[in-house]
Design a protein around this ligand. Structure first.
Ligand code: DC
Length: 224
């Protein structure tokens, strides 16, 4: 069972994907976190966003993904970076490095490997990102595309940042979201877009529990 959830930042896909995984026992795979870990490596190495630097970074990349109580823990060279990858700088950088072919190739291979390993032992995955239904798993059992008005996505992002102790400026966050969307949707390789057979859910005015209900009924409907 592969449940693919795609959508832009703040569409609600991470929280719903995590909740669905917890309810169903499927493995939760956050592919954005993987691009963020690579971005952190670029930032720390002072690397340029070029294919050449990407090849060097990927050559020595030691990215380990493991699970603790269903939560995905990322280690970069043995160091837990699960929290470090959640900054605004890393978000912007992840959107930039994810335009590079060597980065996408390596991440997609790794995502397929993890999901296939899980399916091989009779389980499945809820995998979320930007290109899951279109590129990583075009044969996914169920594909969901979540979206929401950018102003609403900004409000959600600000709420998260405030919870993390930051006091962000609304217009700055709005601009970051709009810029990141534009880059993710317009890049040449695997741009963010709904797969033709994806179920589209606009979460602008939906509560969290309603989002979960809609996805669960979509899954039941698709799987008969
Ligand atoms: O989901 P997120 O905001 O953590 O993702 C961070 C960035 O990673 C996003 O702006 C684009 C990139 N990304 C991608 O290109 N493909 C994916 N499947 C997931 C994320």
């Amino acid at each position: 069972m592969i449940l693919a959830i795609d959508g832009p930042a703040g569409s609600g896909k991470s929280s719903t994907a995590r909740a669905i995984a917890a309810r169903t026992g499927l493995l939760y795979l956050d592919t954005g976190a993987m691009y963020r870990a690579v971005a952190l490596r670029f930032l720390e190495a002072g690397a340029e966003v070029t294919e050449k630097d990407a090849v060097d970074i990927l050559d020595t990349l030691n990215l380990d993904i493991r699970y603790e109580n269903g939560d995905m823990i990322l280690r970069l060279d043995g160091r837990d970076v699960t929290g470090l990858i959640r900054t605004r700088d890393v978000a912007t950088m992840s959107s930039r490095v994810s335009t590079l072919a060597p980065v996408r190739k390596k991440m997609v291979e790794e995502q397929r490997r993890i999901a296939e390993q899980e399916c091989a032992i009779g389980k499945g995955v809820v995998i979320e990102g930007r290109d899951i239904g279109t590129v990583v798993f075009p044969e996914a059992d169920v594909k969901i595309f979540m979206d929401a008005d950018p102003r609403e996505r900004t409000r959600r992002r600000i709420r998260d940042l405030k919870e993390a102790g930051e006091s962000p400026d609304e217009e700055e966050i709005f601009q970051e979201i709009v810029d990141r969307d534009r880059r993710d949707r317009s890049r040449d390789l695997s741009p963010l877009r709904p797969a033709e057979d994806a179920i589209f859910i606009d979460t602008t005015n939906l509560s969290f529990s309603k989002q979960i209900d809609m996805i669960e009924s979509a899954v039941r409907e698709r799987l008969g």
